[in-house]
Design a protein around this ligand. Sequence first.
Ligand SMILES: NC(=O)c1ccc[n+]([C@@H]2O[C@H](COP(=O)([O-])OP(=O)(O)OC[C@H]3O[C@@H](n4cnc5c(N)ncnc54)[C@H](OP(=O)(O)O)[C@@H]3O)[C@@H](O)[C@H]2O)c1
Length: 261
Amino acid sequence: MHAVTVPPSSYEDPIVAPHSLQGRRVLVVGGSSGFGRQVALDASLAGADVVVVGLDPSKSHATAQEAGALGHGKASALAFDVTTDAGRARLVEAAGTVDHVVSTLGGRLGDHVREDDDAAVREVAERKVADNRALVDAIAGSVRDGGSLTLTAGATRHPGEHDGHGAVEGNDEIQELVRELALALAPRVRVNAVAPTWTQTPLWRHHSDAAVVEMRHRMEALIPLGRTADIREVARAYLFLMTSAFITGATIPVDGGYSLT
Ligand SMILES: NC(=O)c1ccc[n+]([C@@H]2O[C@H](COP(=O)([O-])OP(=O)(O)OC[C@H]3O[C@@H](n4cnc5c(N)ncnc54)[C@H](OP(=O)(O)O)[C@@H]3O)[C@@H](O)[C@H]2O)c1
């Protein structure tokens, strides 16, 4: 019989330990709202110390307080515009060393831009990719070996759809970016993305309630599962990717089958 060596705790097991967020430090850029807020709360419940990053300090603090009250770990708040060199430098300095980074940077990807305005469409798409690339370039050195970066893509191009628009192009390119960065940062750090489709989050706060209801109904009719996501269903995918130590370069669609249609 072979002797089986059982490590004293799963925390020390090289295979199992990365699958836990217990005691890990998770930085959530976009953590003060929508998907990112839910990721911060769920990571905190899973035992992580969370650092919530947004633009508005009061919103970051509010989420950090919620996370701290829910979980067992520590929760802190930062507020910087991470789309600027200065903001990213301040973030890196303030964040210290982390195990996992989540970014929901991207915004509405030009839903205010006319789809036949090619230059404007390219600009919003390139902006999402450039902002996330710059963020990864700045923060990757602060991620501990074995850690991860998880970006946010979104609904992808449908077969036969040729017209470019900001959301489609920007999100397709995030998937490309994730594959490129995954290879560049392997084996030290994994890079993945979550691709939600239309979900009712504060992202749509600039639209009237009636317009948001109309958008939701339109998407319910297009999504094979017949409904839009609950924010918590999307947040689960970020936690899954953070804690799946053998997944890199992947984008998980959390879209009820929308990207299949
Ligand atoms: N919701 C959808 O229907 C949907 C569908 C597909 C893809 N997406 C993608 O999901 C992401 C948006 O997530 P969401 O729906 O959760 O949006 P959200 O509720 O508007 O949250 C955006 C978060 O990003 C932060 N933020 C924005 N600009 C920033 C900056 N320059 N520096 C630092 N933080 C910044 C915001 O901080 P403040 O709150 O302080 O402003 C907020 O915490 C985007 O990448 C979008 O393309 C969304």
